[in-house]
Ligand binder design. Structure first.
Ligand code: SER
Length: 534
């Protein structure tokens, strides 16, 4: 039987390969060409245009193990990590896809065969849901698969909406969508919870393991559902959940991947308290953080980079809570590569960059962490009531680099909530002050008037010869810049990457080739060498 999570991943992909599916690599966590998504959050993301009929592939069946992040944006599980058995910032979604090929019959049969024959899950532990009006799916489960009628549950909540919100899956507010059928596993009556559709459904006893979406519509921004060119299939099964079942454990944090990461974290930090929730948080967070950096996201103060920063800082705070006296987070990367098996190929290729980025962020935050925690501790000790005021939350954010959810995480441990509205007000006031103070600043984008484009050579080289196209000082074109001037120098080509998309802009030197002088750049001295400094 499949002992490790890595073996299980391979078994899934092999099953679908044997059944005519193309095995496709996981796509990046940064969705390509999809401004509607912060991070890749489902296996079908990379096939969105194929479902819509806008892109053709040379296969009509595919299977993947897709890395996903659900932190920030619409699907945000960050706050729950460490408190539940199944929430993660990062997880892998196993999926099989049909692009106008098979539909309901085969999709249901494939899933049932894999679970009950390949994985040998006992049938009596499984129950299914179907979309409330989907008689076709109901009959397939009942007549072709042989699931007892009382184990096929119709789910829907059509309160005047065009479609029910349950058992109707949509990627976002627009895009491909359709009714689904879900397979649940019963972890046993020693765990509290009820079947889907019962008042106890939120308990941990019956766990959804596989969602099979019958992709039939393209939802428009105004809510209209246009039929897709060809009915298709998109399925998703959480790898960690199914691994937990096969490894006969209830919490995902007890599967092999997490146990090894937890053991390594405990060893590095030097704690014996292996049941401590902070170890789970760190084991979860190293996965999202390492894979995000491997996919090109760097910690920063906006967008994806800020979500990454928040997760790293949350991990570092939990390390501090466990008694870490030195940087520890980046040291988990080798173990992560080892436990992730085939899914870690790209991470292994970028290991040095990932470790460096995580270490730098941890060191930067460590400088203010202790002082910030001291201030928070004082505020909480003298608190009357159970809400921490927005001013303090903002001060921790602004001066000590504590993202609001990190402060909330500390507060939650003491049953205190944070005044989010007060934080927003303090933030808005600060932006207003910055705007007033910055009104004399120059907006270079508005003042630079250049006909040519700068060629970017940074993917190929770290230093390059170039020519000065223009010099600007205080928004005015100038012929030269001298020591002490703050100038914009526009080059014909450059290896310097600008600040964009969550990346921090590169830093480096401009060296005049002829004179080898740094202190004075003159437009007539056109030859330069631009050198990146790491
Ligand atoms: N897209 C569906 C989900 O995310 C099935 O993969 O649940």
């Amino acid at each position: 039987m499949y002992k490790t999570t890595a073996e299980l991943r391979s078994a899934f992909l092999d099953f679908f390969r044997r059944n005519g599916h193309q095995v496709v690599d996981s796509s990046s966590l940064v969705p390509g060409n999809d401004p509607t998504l912060l991070f890749t959050n489902a296996g079908m993301n990379q096939f969105k245009d194929v479902f819509l009929g806008m892109e053709k592939r040379n296969y009509s069946r595919a299977t993947t193990s897709q890395r996903c992040v659900r932190a920030g944006g619409k699907h945000n599980d960050l706050d729950n990590v460490g408190y539940t058995a199944r929430h993660h910032t990062f997880f892998e979604m196993l999926g099989n896809f049909s692009f106008g090929d098979y539909f309901k019959h085969d999709a249901i049969r494939f899933a049932w065969t894999f679970l009950t024959e390949d994985l040998k899950l006992p049938k009596e532990r499984l129950c299914v849901t179907v979309y409330e009006t989907d008689d076709e799916a109901f009959n397939i489960w009942k007549n072709e698969i042989g699931v007892p009628e009382d184990c096929i549950i119709r789910i829907g909540d059509n309160k005047g909406a065009a479609f029910a919100s349950d058992n109707f899956w949509q990627m976002g507010d627009t895009g491909p969508c359709g009714p689904c059928t879900e397979i649940f596993y019963d972890h046993g009556d020693h765990i509290w919870g009820g079947r889907p559709g019962t008042p106890e459904e939120d308990g941990d006893r019956f766990i959804e393991i596989w969602n099979i979406v019958f992709m039939q519509y393209n939802r428009q921004a105004d809510g209209t559902m246009n039929p897709l060119p060809k009915p298709s299939v998109d399925t998703g099964m959480g790898l960690e959940r199914i691994a937990a079942i096969l490894q006969k454990v209830h919490s995902n944090y007890q599967i092999d991947i997490f146990q090894k990461l937890i053991a390594k974290t405990a060893e590095i930090i030097g704690t014996d308290d292996l049941e401590n929730n902070s170890l789970k948080v760190i084991a979860d967070h190293i996965r999202s953080c390492a894979f995000l950096v491997a996919d090109g996201v760097m910690p920063s103060n906006e967008g994806r980079g800020y979500v990454l920063r928040r997760i790293i800082r949350r991990a570092v705070r939990h390390g501090n809570k466990l008694g870490a006296t030195d940087t520890f987070f980046y040291k988990l990367v080798p173990t992560l590569i080892e436990v992730m098996g085939d899914a870690a190929k790209q991470l292994a290729d970028t290991q040095a960059i990932v470790e460096k980025a995580l270490k730098a962020e941890e060191e930067q935050f460590a400088r203010t962490l202790e002082r910030g925690l001291g201030i928070l501790d004082n505020a909480l000790s003298s608190l009357e009531g159970d809400i921490l005021d927005g001013e303090t939350v903002f001060k921790l954010y602004d001066t000590y680099g504590f993202p609001m959810d990190l402060t909330a995480d500390v507060c939650r441990e003491r049953n205190i909530t944070v005044d989010e509205a007060g934080f927003d007000v303090a933030m808005a006031e600060q932006k207003q002050r910055a705007k007033a103070a910055g009104q004399f600043d120059t907006d270079y984008n508005a003042t630079l008037k250049i006909d040519s484009e700068t060629h970017f050579s940074g993917y190929e080289q770290l230093s390059a010869d170039s020519e000065i196209v223009a010099i600007y000082i205080d928004g005015e074109q100038a012929d030269k810049a001298s020591a002490g001037d703050k100038a914009v120098v526009v080059l014909s080509s450059t290896p310097f990457y600008g600040e964009s998309g969550g990346q921090v802009g590169d830093q480096g030197l401009l060296v005049l080739m002829a004179l080898n002088l740094l202190w004075r750049i003159h437009k007539s001295m056109v030859k330069l060498q631009a050198i990146l400094v790491a």
